[in-house]
Design a protein around this ligand. Structure first.
Ligand code: MG
Length: 239
């Protein structure tokens, strides 16, 4: 899991460093694919339920699952980069939202609140707490800042499969769900909308967008539960 996590985090960094006005989402996807395969791993998303890319690239009002393609990134776009890699039978999964060039103050704030909500959540990613203690901490932080959390898509267990039990929602009352024990690995991934929590899926059957057209941000890491501090397996210095 640590090896998979390191490769996955590296792929996210490669994607982030490419982000600039004028580039297409397909160009980013190709570099992510090449980075993962050169590391001896396989992109987890490629072919997953038929997904055609190695990265999910979701721009502005797109929440998650954006399909890489001809779309050109423009100055000030906010771009969610979600990548996964499997090696020796184990997966890593991580994401982040970044601005191409100079973004608005509002976009920066949305991204920072989304990122920080992950860290609020993992204060409870420790042996003895329950899954919804993480969920509740994320929701509380996000809503205190005037944003909303997506309900239909959630974090998840991860290991020999990309998506495993338990679900890790980004909302809910504390004290519910499985109790966390040392050795569990979870993909914790707040998806935060600047406006309403409501979403819809585009006709490509993949891309999830905000129903009201507001901006959306995503932040995800694969996390190992220990008997002390959680270990972020997809950690990167620049995140
Ligand atoms: Mg995930």
């Amino acid at each position: 899991m640590r090896v998979a996590g390191r490769i996955t985090a590296g792929a996210r960094t490669v994607a982030r460093q490419m982000l600039a006005a004028g580039i297409t989402t397909r160009q980013i996807d190709k570099e992510v694919h090449d980075y993962i395969t050169k590391a001896g791993a396989v992109p987890s998303f490629l072919g997953y339920s038929g997904f055609p890319g190695s990265a999910c690239i979701s721009v502005n009002d797109e929440v998650i699952h954006g399909i890489p393609g001809k779309r050109v990134i423009h100055e000030g776009d906010i771009v969610s980069l979600d990548v996964g890699a499997v090696i020796h039978g184990f997966h890593g999964d991580c994401a982040g939202t970044f601005i191409a060039g100079q973004g608005t103050a509002e976009a920066k704030r949305l991204i920072e609140v989304t990122r920080q909500s992950f860290f609020e959540g993992i204060r409870f990613a420790r042996q003895g707490y329950r899954v919804s203690d993480i969920s509740h901490a994320i929701q509380e932080y996000v809503e205190a800042h005037g944003y909303s959390v997506v309900r239909e898509y959630v974090g998840h267990g991860i290991g020999a499969k990309l998506h495993e039990a338990p679900e890790v929602p980004n909302y809910g009352h504390p004290g519910h769900g499985p109790r966390l024990v040392k050795g569990m690995t979870l993909a914790i991934e707040p998806m935060v909308n600047a406006g309403s929590e409501r979403i819809r899926v585009l006709e490509d059957d993949w891309t999830v967008v905000t129903a009201d057209g507001s901006l959306s941000a995503h932040y995800e890491n694969t996390v190992l539960i220990t008997d002390g501090e959680p270990e972020i397996l997809t950690w990167a210095e620049d995140l």
